[in-house]
Design a protein around this ligand. Structure first.
Ligand SMILES: [Zn+2]
Length: 340
C-alpha cells in the first residue's frame, strides 16, 4: 500500500508540474497576458532630471506614470557636478532628459548627446522660459565667462512655466496618459500660483529700505525683480572659490552703506568668509538659504520644491524685518495623484 501511495503521489506531482508548465506557456502565449509590475515599469516613459527642485516639479506633473531618476544628489554643488558611470547608464536608457539648461548641467548634456540615441529628447526648461536678452550676468556669473546665472526656478513665475513645459512634453511623448498629466498639472499649478502670490505679499511686509539681498551663493537674480527685492551683491566668485581680501573689503563697505540687517550664506556652500564679513559689518548672518537641496528627508511632506521655497522665505523675510503670514496656510506636500 505504501508503494502504491508513493506511486500515486508521484503521478499527482508530475501532473501538477506539467499543468504548471502548460499554465505558464498558456499565459505567455495568451492574447491578453496579465502584465507583471516589472513590465508595467518598463513601459513607463523613462525620464531623467538633474537638481532636486526640478525633479520634484517633474514628479508633481508626471506622478507615478513616469519612471523618474534625479541625477544630482542633494547637498552636492550642482554647478560643478559630474556624472558617475551609473548615472551615464540611466541617461542612456532615458526617453527624455529634463534639465534646467542655461549651461548648468553641461555634463548631463554631454552624456546625453554621446548616448547616440536619435529619439532621446532633451528639454531645457530655462532656455524655453526666457530669451537670451533676459539672461542675467553678475559677479558670480560674469558675461565674459559666457555662462548666465541659471537659477530661474527660485522665481515661482518661472517654476510655473517649468511645470507647464513638463506637462506639454509628457503629453506629447505619452499621449495615452495625457489626461492624467493635465489633471496633475492643474492641481500643482494652482499650488504654485498661491505660493507666488504669498511670496509677493510677504515681501511687502519688509520695510522698503530693507528689501535687499546680499548672499554668498548668487541664487536670487531672477527671484529679486519678480518680488520687488534688490540683489546688492554676492560673495562667491565665478570659480566657486573664495573672494580676495579686496573683494571682501568692498562687500563690507557695501553692507555698511546699504544698511542691511542680515546677509545670507548657503546650505550647500559653507564659507568662513561670510562669518568674517558679518562680524566686521556687524550684521546677522543667516546660514540656511538653499537653491537645490530640499528641506527635511525624502518622504516628508515638506521635502518638496514648495517646501524649499517656504523655508527660504521664512529664513529670508523674517530676518529682514518682515513676516510670512501670507504663506502660513500653504501645504508644501506633493499634489499628484497616485495609481497604487
Ligand atoms: Zn546654485
Amino acid at each position: 500500500m505504501q508503494l502504491a501511495n508513493a506511486k500515486a503521489i508521484g503521478i499527482i506531482a508530475a501532473i501538477v508540474v506539467v499543468a504548471a508548465i502548460i499554465g505558464v506557456a498558456a499565459m505567455s502565449a495568451g492574447a491578453n497576458p496579465v502584465p507583471t509590475p516589472a513590465s508595467v515599469e518598463s513601459e513607463k516613459l523613462a525620464v531623467v532630471t538633474s537638481v532636486a527642485p526640478i525633479t520634484n516639479i517633474v514628479r508633481n506633473v508626471g506622478g507615478d506614470r513616469i519612471q523618474l531618476t534625479g541625477l544630482v544628489p542633494e547637498g552636492v554643488n550642482s554647478h560643478t557636478f559630474e556624472l558617475a558611470p551609473s548615472d551615464s547608464i540611466a541617461v542612456g536608457k532615458a526617453d527624455l532628459v529634463i534639465i534646467n539648461g542655461l549651461h548648468l548641467e553641461t555634463d548631463i548634456e554631454r552624456v546625453a548627446q554621446a548616448a547616440g540615441k536619435p529619439d532621446l529628447q532633451i528639454l531645457r526648461l530655462a532656455d524655453s522660459t526666457i530669451t537670451r536678452d533676459q539672461w542675467v550676468f553678475d559677479f558670480s556669473f560674469p558675461e565674459e565667462g559666457g555662462d548666465p546665472n541659471p537659477h530661474l526656478w527660485l522665481n515661482v513665475a518661472h517654476a510655473i512655466k517649468y511645470a507647464q513645459l513638463v506637462r506639454d512634453k509628457l503629453v506629447e511623448m505619452d499621449p495615452g496618459n495625457a489626461d492624467y498629466y493635465r489633471a496633475n498639472a492643474d492641481r500643482y499649478l494652482a499650488l504654485l500660483q498661491r505660493l507666488d502670490q504669498g511670496i509677493m505679499a510677504s515681501v511687502q511686509t519688509i520695510p522698503a529700505e530693507q528689501r535687499k539681498l546680499l548672499t554668498y551663493h548668487d541664487s536670487w537674480a531672477y527671484f529679486a525683480p519678480r518680488y520687488g527685492m534688490k540683489v546688492i551683491g554676492a560673495v562667491q566668485p565665478s570659480d566657486f572659490g573664495e573672494p580676495t581680501p579686496q573683494e571682501v573689503a568692498s562687500i563690507i563697505d557695501q553692507i555698511r552703506q546699504e544698511k542691511v540687517p542680515a546677509i545670507f550664506a548657503s546650505e550647500v556652500f559653507q564659507s568662513k568668509v561670510v562669518d568674517q564679513i558679518a562680524k566686521e559689518a556687524n550684521v546677522q548672518v543667516v546660514e540656511t538659504l538653499r537653491d537645490d537641496a530640499l528641506p527635511g528627508n525624502a518622504g516628508e511632506p515638506g521635502h518638496t520644491y514648495v517646501g524649499m521655497m517656504l523655508e527660504n522665505m521664512r529664513n529670508m523675510i523674517v530676518p529682514l524685518g518682515g513676516n510670512v503670514d501670507a504663506l502660513s496656510d500653504i501645504d508644501p506636500a506633493d499634489t499628484y495623484t497616485g495609481d497604487l
